[in-house]
Design a protein around this ligand. Structure first.
Ligand code: GLN
Length: 245
């Protein structure tokens, strides 16, 4: 059995390098001797069957197109019902929710796989490094960067992924959302390169295997550098949770 990791519509949702999340899941599987393959699924074709789906960020127009195509296609909704892990970043996060804003602020229907609703923020666009502490204490601090105008409110069927330490996230002090095996987040980076523990969480769900530990020296060095740079900025400026920067 080859583990199929699908990067959804990189031609529409590839603006922020989030396709790297699929690369990370496949590489971390292969490092452990788990047979895995990366499927880059273009928007013009039916979404292939997969064991893990990754959606990335994108601009408002391509984001709307991706939502329409995914609804017509139906495979991602079926995967969600089947408990296949889905990582959805930024525009992808907004798309898998109930509603997301058009460029002029109208509420557009999302796929409704995650009980969140996104509206257009009225303040500055959230752009910059973000640090957040996961609610799941099996995961360490999340590091990434964000670049979004939308703000997201969680419904009762979704739990926050993390609490914002620096940056904006959902806009209410929380960051991202989780329900079952669907994880939504505003973190780019790609988020799984910066947060290998989150990658391993998705890989565990996708493979059903107990994972051996890896020697993550370079990943840990990257994390340490980014986390201390952001904490240093917070200390110097006194900025916390909800401010855009
Ligand atoms: N267009 C969305 C927003 O601005 C998503 C942006 C992104 O994916 N980085 O909120």
């Amino acid at each position: 059995m080859t583990l199929r990791v699908v990067v959804v519509y990189p031609d529409l949702l590839g603006t922020y390098g989030d396709g790297g999340n699929g690369v990370v899941v496949v590489q971390r599987a292969q490092w452990r001797g788990i047979d895995a393959t990366l499927l880059e699924a273009p928007s013009g074709e039916p979404l292939p069957a997969g064991d893990c789906y990754c959606l990335g960020g994108g601009e408002d127009g391509p984001q709307l197109r991706a939502a329409e195509l995914l609804r017509e296609d139906g495979a991602l909704a079926r995967a969600a019902i089947d408990g296949i892990p889905i990582l959805a970043v930024c525009a992808g996060y907004q798309i898998v929710g109930r509603t997301f804003p058009s460029a002029d602020g109208r509420a557009l229907p999302g796929l409704g796989l995650l009980d969140v609703a996104t509206t257009k923020g009225t303040g500055r666009r959230a752009v910059g490094e973000i640090l957040a502490e996961p609610l799941d204490d099996g995961l360490p601090t999340l590091t990434g960067f964000e670049n979004h105008g939308g703000l997201t409110t969680l419904g009762t069927d979704a739990s926050p992924l993390a609490t914002v330490v620096a940056g904006v996230g959902n806009g209410d002090g929380s960051e991202g959302a989780v329900a079952g095996r669907i994880v939504g987040t505003y973190l780019h980076g790609p988020v799984l390169a910066r947060n290998p523990a989150l990658a391993d969480r998705l890989l565990t769900w996708a493979s059903g295997e107990t994972l051996t530990s890896l020697e993550d020296t370079e990943e840990l060095a990257l994390r340490a550098e980014r986390i201390s740079a952001v904490r240093g900025t917070v200390r110097r400026s006194g900025r916390t949770g909800r401010s855009a920067w």
